[in-house]
Design a protein around this ligand. Sequence first.
Ligand code: SAH
Ligand code: SF4
Length: 379
Amino acid sequence: MINLLDFNKTGLIHFCEEMGEKPYRARQLLRWVHQSGKTEFMEMSDLAKTFRQKLIECAVVHPPEIISDHTAGDGTRKWLLSTGTGNAVEMVFIPEPNRGTLCVSSQVGCALACSFCSTGRQGFNRNLSVAEIIGQLWWANRLLEARVSESSSPDAAQIRADNTDTRRPVTNVVMMGMGEPLANFENVVTALDLMLSDDAYGLSRRRVTVSTSGLVPVLDRLRERCPVALAVSLHAPNDALRDQLVPINKKYPIRDLLAACERYLSAAPRDFITFEYVMLKGVNDSIALAHELVQVVRNIPCKLNLIPFNTFAGSGYERSSADAINNFRDVLMQAGIVTTVRKTRGDDIAAACGQLAGQVKDKTRRTGTCGSVRAVVIG
Ligand code: SAH
Ligand code: SF4
């Protein structure tokens, strides 16, 4: 059976043609599947009965299965999605007064093994399919619909006011869940197409952010194919330190990464890159490193986002103190770099950055050789 959630508009046009149908059917299907959230072909009332019958015989609309749903004290909501054979990934919704952000996963685990990241510690199992990536947004809109349309809170009113379609609570998507999006390029960009398509989710390029640890050649492909907003996980101002924290730096060192960022900006919808910098106590949070960071990024239009480290069992790291984070931020701000400190959201349900665990059976050679690989069962 063909899962229609695996297709962007181009793919659906091909599919319709193969079925002997006119290309405009693709647009109708997109709207039924992504905007109305229908999974039953018989309900797609403006499609010819014969076409519906053909669809029933060869296709499905099959989003990933949801296996748990938790809401944190601050309203952050986390769902665990089954990816089969005992594995799962997480998606997180972060409600804010004037927007609703969905943090989307791209892989089951991650092979890049950043030393401070819970997902990285678990190893890699597989890439998510397009259906599993876009299925997260599909689900979030369905599951949150009621929250927005029924609630009379000022927040909900604001979300409604900002959103042309009142039934769409997700106004922003960040590819900052489990996995490295650029290591699953084809599936991620096909899902991005759907996020941006007016016949599906209609988000503007500025409201969709890909976060990467810095796969330089793929960054260039993203620039050519689908230049959405870009966040780059820098975390250190020099190669010696970044090699330890983000091992992919040994292959694509800071200099190459920054050159790719400059190339990206030539095509990007935004005129700046967001650099993410996790604040690790005594590791990368000194004033001297803040000054070094200023020198490194000064020629690139950018914003700095400092992320207080979110701890997890056996991480071996600690979060920088509030004073250390503020002092670090002040150095950057005084140098004229717009710097924000990310609010830690949902950490009482382990939904904060880098705490996303899911359940990952490592398929890489690190299985069994690394004591830190863990499978977390979230009840
Ligand atoms: N693989 C991508 C996107 C997923 S991680 C990337 O690395 O950019 C999203 C962000 O959370 C990245 O900046 C990542 O470095 C950061 N992160 C990972 N583990 C973290 C932790 N334990 N605490 C805080 N931030 C973390
Ligand atoms: Fe992978 Fe990103 Fe975690 Fe690094 S920080 S291990 S790239 S998910």
